[in-house]
Write a protein that binds this ligand. Structure first.
Ligand code: SF4
Ligand code: SF4
Length: 67
């Protein structure tokens, strides 16, 4: 992934399965997908741009800062 310092993390407990993260991902192809209520992140594609984190209505996505 392009940004090695931040890792996108999904909180399953909070997620509403709305699909906003998938629709908002500007990466082509999209780095995040919602499949039967589960969010799947492709870490090879995700560049940690933060759009999905901002757009998620229930704050189920966040960044883990890697050392
Ligand atoms: S936008 Fe948030 S609540 Fe909606 S599917 Fe994605 S992680 Fe879940
Ligand atoms: S951080 Fe950016 S590139 Fe990564 S899944 Fe979210 S919107 Fe897509």
């Amino acid at each position: 992934m392009a940004n090695q310092d931040n890792k996108l993390v999904w909180n399953e407990e909070v997620c509403a399965g709305c699909g906003t993260c998938e629709r908002s991902c500007p990466h082509e192809p999209r780095a995040i997908a919602v499949n039967e209520g589960r969010v799947v992140i492709d870490y090879d594609l995700c560049d940690a741009c933060g759009v999905c984190v901002k757009e998620c209505p229930v704050k189920a996505l966040s960044f883990e800062v890697l050392a």
